[in-house]
Design a binder for this molecule. Structure first.
Ligand SMILES: NC(=O)c1ccc[n+]([C@@H]2O[C@H](COP(=O)([O-])OP(=O)(O)OC[C@H]3O[C@@H](n4cnc5c(N)ncnc54)[C@H](OP(=O)(O)O)[C@@H]3O)[C@@H](O)[C@H]2O)c1
Length: 273
């Protein structure tokens, strides 16, 4: 499953399933990342604000895998938005990671009140040209932010990482991504467990013998998105990777679609600064 990949609009490939490391303590990140990579994960989703980029880089090295088999994402934090500040922030991320290049760098939030995401984007375009980042994308961008970004710069993000789980299914934004050639990637994919007991999940669990988390992660994959669950337990890491031996039926996918309530676990991208 982790070796299955999606094509980005710049021709590079991204693993469909990865490990998220938000809230993984800095001192244990290297161990978690190395364990995950040895199990078969090939994508690690980091960010400057997570405070554990050094551990991410160390975990990649500890894994013993060739660097070119691993896809590393980092993100530019809100306070660093702007042209020069972004150039400096990405260099600082690379230094903490101990890497010459990351596979993907995202603008973490649009922060419309700051109105700096266009300059931030122009800096990422330059960093891509200079080879410091291989692909560039965004996170938490709404339709109007995506349309303005592309309208002003002509450069389409390869990916938009957004909150997506059974209670917040983001059908309209996913459709826009498809029209624009942008990969959707789901954050908080398990939705803080709030749908684990819902009837459509319980019924799919009963039929397949898989766990609620596995059913929900399989739902993400069948939507066609990339997904980055976090677990710090070896058993959780293994469980979240073990999705290849079952398929949800069309009826099960339709039943899970009814769980959409448009409710966020995280902040609203229109106001978060
Ligand atoms: N771009 C953004 O603004 C943004 C925002 C939030 C998150 N993210 C990214 O998305 C990643 C994932 O989101 P997330 O960390 O919020 O949440 P998540 O992956 O949906 O859920 C993580 C929680 O679920 C538990 N869990 C994991 N696997 C499980 C399983 N198989 N069964 C039961 N419980 C399980 C974990 O506990 P255990 O560790 O005990 O397993 C943890 O408490 C983040 O780590 C981060 O990389 C991005």
């Amino acid at each position: 499953m982790p070796t299955q990949r999606l094509r980005l609009n710049d021709g590079h490939m991204i693993p469909r399933l990865g490990l998220g490391i938000w809230q993984v303590p800095a001192e244990t990140t290297a161990g978690t990342v190395a364990t995950a990579l040895r199990m078969g994960y090939r994508l690690v989703d980091g960010a400057a604000i997570y405070g554990n980029e050094a551990g991410l880089g160390e975990g990649v090295r500890q894994s013993g895998l060739p660097r070119d088999e691993i896809f590393v994402t980092t993100k530019v934090w809100n306070d660093d938005q702007g042209y020069d500040t972004t150039l400096r922030a990405v260099e600082a991320s690379l230094a903490r990671l101990g890497m010459g290049q990351v596979e993907l760098c995202l603008i973490h939030w649009p922060c419309p009140a700051r109105d700096r995401y266009l300059d931030t984007w122009r800096a990422l375009i330059r960093l891509r040209e200079e080879g410091r980042v291989r692909s560039i994308g965004v996170s938490n961008f709404m339709a109007e932010h995506l349309e303005r970004l592309v309208g002003e710069t002509g450069v389409v993000p390869v990916l938009n990482q957004i909150e997506l789980n059974p209670r917040l299914q983001q059908a309209e934004l996913r459709a826009l991504h498809d029209r624009m050639g942008i990969v959707t990637q789901s954050w908080t994919p398990l939705g803080q467990g709030r749908s684990f007991d819902a009837a459509p999940i319980r019924e799919a669990v009963a039929r397949t013998g898989k766990s609620p988390a596995q059913v929900i992660l399989r739902w993400h994959l069948q939507l066609g998105v990339s997904v980055i669950p976090r677990s710090t337990r070896a058993a959780g890491l293994a469980e979240n990777l073990d999705l290849a031996d079952f398929t949800l039926t069309d009826a099960e996918m339709a039943a899970i679609a009814t769980l959409d309530e448009g409710l966020r676990c995280g902040p609203d991208p229109m106001t978060f600064a």
